[in-house]
Design a binder for this molecule. Structure first.
Ligand code: ZN
Length: 86
């Protein structure tokens, strides 16, 4: 991952990850495979942090997003109560 680094735990780990990949003689395909796993993990963590911030109300658009989710949840509940399988 070639991105701008700050001092957060994710950026610190990125730097360490890049050093790790250079340390061993992985083939190009192995490096790509490992990097795909790492990138997926990184994305999952970022999504988790955003979701957590939405749920605790600290994300800037939390009110709008939670409002939409509540409407959707109420709609799903009504449809289930009406016998629809969702
Ligand atoms: Zn960072």
């Amino acid at each position: 991952m070639k991105e701008r680094k700050c001092n957060c735990k994710l950026c610190k780990r990125d730097v360490r990850w890049e050093r790790f990949l250079k340390k061993y003689p992985f083939t190009k395909k192995d490096k790509e495979f490992l990097d795909s796993i790492y990138t997926a993990l990184h994305g999952t963590e970022l999504n988790y942090e955003v979701d957590e911030a939405i749920l605790d109300g600290s994300w800037p658009s939390a009110i709008e997003q939670l409002g939409r989710a509540m409407k959707k949840a109420e709609d799903i509940k009504k449809r289930r109560e009406a016998g629809e399988r969702i």
